[in-house]
Design a protein around this ligand. Structure first.
Ligand code: MG
Length: 160
């Protein structure tokens, strides 16, 4: 078994969509980023890559490379999962937490979970997404930015 941890944060600005776990959340501001700024997808990808001790998302899809401009982060997540499987690991489960006070995300987490499970080719029972508030404190509390954390468990699949 191997455990991995991922973290990501993006600044929230006007004129950008707010995309989390592949779900477009209606809001007046969205995540600034070279890709679509999906902090949840990025945190999960880094947890998976980290568990396999592979180069992280930023190394794999550098912002300096125009190919990843406005990239669909769910495609980057799928590619990260494929790299983990190619390295000889099976994905056991993923657990993730988004931190953001506004907008309220509780009504969107089930759809995020389903999209992430589909993206990772996992049963939905192996994926969890939680939304937490930071009670007005810090950048996730005052709406300056969104943060996401994830852990992933891998097992050696025996295909190496
Ligand atoms: Mg990111």
């Amino acid at each position: 078994m191997r455990v991995g941890h991922g973290f990501d944060a993006h600044r929230l600005v006007e004129g950008r969509p707010l995309v989390l776990g592949g779900v477009r959340v209606p809001f007046e501001r969205g995540a600034l980023g070279h890709s679509d700024g999906d902090a949840l997808a990025h945190a999960i990808a880094d947890a998976l890559l980290g568990a396999a001790a592979l180069p992280d998302l930023g190394a794999r899809f550098p912002a300096s490379d125009s190919r990843w401009k406005d990239a669909d982060s769910m495609a980057l997540l799928a590619q990260s999962a494929a790299a983990v499987r190619e390295a000889g690991y099976a994905i056991g489960n993923v657990d993730a937490t988004i931190v953001l006070d506004q907008p309220k995300l509780g009504g969107f987490t089930a759809e995020m979970r389903a999209k992430i499970a589909s993206c990772l080719d996992l049963d939905a029972s192996r994926v969890n997404v939680k939304a937490k508030r930071s009670e007005g404190m810090g950048y996730t509390g005052d709406g300056t930015g969104v943060a996401a954390y994830a852990v992933a468990l891998l097992s050696e699949s025996g295909v190496r």
